[in-house]
Design a protein around this ligand. Structure first.
Ligand SMILES: Cc1cc2nc3c(=O)[nH]c(=O)nc-3n(C[C@H](O)[C@H](O)[C@H](O)COP(=O)(O)O)c2cc1C
Ligand code: SF4
Ligand code: SF4
Length: 449
């Protein structure tokens, strides 16, 4: 049996620039004890069975046996694994004479980034890169076997286990859904789709698009990417395009789903064009475009009966979208030339959203609850920390209408462009409550960042 000598560190800084290669790794444990582990690993298209002894006193070295196995053997062995999978992307980085491996964990351990270096002896010296933080060598909490049983992120919305891996033919497809929402419609579409895909044994990561989350270039580590947004003036809202500009798709298959009050009617059909162009520029392989109709929140919401009718159709529509995503089928919509023109004109309207936001007035009924500030994905609302402080509005509004409609006290009223608000309000929670098929999902609409 060989001996593994390694040191482990948490990662505190930007390491991505130096990466030479990366691969997705998924692994399950037949035995995950401190004294011994038996691991089944899938790394790209290679599979391994690995047995390790307990670490020595310093926690730096242990005996290790590793054997390459066939995918069909891995499939059988995964059936024996304990619940709890490790899902991570491993990055290889050369620093001096050594190769570092940086693991960016996903799923239940999302948020954990750990680096390790293999040494030929415990005495061997090495250069510590600037991004390496606290040393965790020998800390049992950071053993992968332990992380599979007691994950770093206990609140992870999805649970993965070895059986998922088996039933999807070893390659467990990972789908990332990014969505933007103002009044909850696109969020509902995103969450219903995520639930459906999870029920089909896909792992799903779901992210709400917010301006303050655009921090720098980011590459998509998923097998399939889904972008969901509401149609604003025959286009995607401005934050979508800014979001996409910071992403690299690495040829990832991609679906672009627009959500609108009018559906696939004239003047709406070109709403995804600009976004798709940007995605293609950043190496996304857009194979699927779709429109979902939701109750309209702009100017005039439909009557209750019509809202119920639209929402009742949603589960069937989501099933169809999920099937297209799972089968990775190509599907595009016809775009009318006149819509290109209207869509281009609609882009000009985006400038008008700024005065709308800065002119929102707060009435005396405001309790200072902070709900509006927390949920404004354009970071346009500030609220002081003192008790019952009232919100103030800046100059970055994207006119999602979320704050105006969702304030529990109905304390917000726009000064400019007030005609765009339905004076009877817009309450997606209430509408879903009246639609039997969606009642279970009602609590899923969080409006929260
Ligand atoms: C500023 C603004 C502009 C809109 N423009 C359109 C439009 O051009 N075509 C359309 O069908 N719906 C339009 N809508 C309606 C929304 O697309 C629709 O209600 C959607 O479901 C809202 O999604 P959300 O609840 O996720 O914010 C607009 C809504 C807003 C707030
Ligand atoms: S305006 Fe409404 S949501 Fe915002 S702090 Fe006041 S009561 Fe809360
Ligand atoms: S200020 Fe209100 S309408 Fe404007 S982006 Fe923020 S939540 Fe939406």
């Amino acid at each position: 049996m060989g001996q593994e000598i390694e040191r482990k560190f948490l990662v505190k800084g930007d390491f991505e620039q130096a990466v030479t290669c990366k691969k997705r790794i998924m692994q399950g444990y037949i035995c995950a004890e401190e004294a011994r582990t038996v691991r089944v690993r899938i790394q790209g298209d290679e599979c391994f069975l690995n047995i390790k002894s307990a670490s020595n006193e310093r926690g730096w070295s242990r005996y290790e046996f590793e054997h390459r196995i066939t995918p069909s053997d891995a499939e059988e062995l995964l059936k024996l694994c304990l619940p709890g999978m490790i899902d991570k992307v491993r990055h290889w980085i050369q620093v001096g004479n050594h190769t570092w491996e940086v693991d960016v964990f996903q799923g239940d351990n999302q948020g954990l980034v750990m680096a390790e270096i293999e040494l030929s002896s415990e005495e061997e010296t090495f250069e510590l890169p600037a991004w390496a933080g606290e040393e965790v060598t020998g800390d049992p909490r950071y053993y992968n076997a332990m992380l599979s049983q007691k994950p770093f992120c206990r609140d992870a919305p999805h649970c993965r286990d070895a059986m998922h891996c088996v039933s999807t033919g070893l390659i467990m497809k990972h789908i990332r859904i990014d969505y933007y929402t103002g009044t909850g419609g696109s969020e509902l579409v995103a969450r219903l789709l995520a639930d459906k895909l999870k029920s089909e044994n896909r792992t799903v990561e779901i992210i709400r698009i917010c301006r303050d989350r655009i921090t720098g270039a980011q590459s998509i580590e998923a097998d399939y990417y889904v972008l969901i947004f509401p149609v604003h003036s025959f286009n995607a809202p401005q934050p979508i395009n800014e979001w996409v500009e910071h992403l690299t798709g690495k040829d990832c298959k991609t679906a672009v789903i627009s959500v609108s009050g009018g559906g696939n009617v004239l003047s709406n059909t070109a709403c995804r064009c600009k976004t798709v162009r940007l995605l293609k520029k950043n190496r996304f392989n857009v194979v699927y475009e779709e429109m979902v109709r939701m109750p309209n929140n702009w100017i005039k919401a439909p009557k209750e009966k019509e809202c119920t009718r639209i929402l009742s159709k949603l589960p069937t529509k989501i099933d169809a979208i999920a099937q297209t995503v799972i089968t990775e089928k190509r599907s595009k919509k016809i775009i009318y030339w006149i819509d290109y023109l209207i869509s281009a004109l609609g882009e000009a309207e985006k400038k008008g959203t700024r005065p709308f936001g800065s002119g929102i007035k707060v009435s005396d009924t405001c309790t200072g609850c902070g709900f509006c500030a927390k949920n404004c994905c354009s970071s346009n609302i500030q609220i002081a920390r003192q008790v019952q402080a009232k919100p103030t509005f800046g100059n970055r509004c994207d006119m999602c209408l979320g704050c105006v409609y969702n304030c529990p006290q109905k304390a917000l009223q726009p000064t400019y462009g007030a005609f765009q608000i339905d004076k009877n309000g817009y309450d997606l929670h209430g509408m879903c409550q009246k639609t039997v098929l969606l009642q279970a999902y009602n609590n899923n609409i969080t409006y929260k960042k």
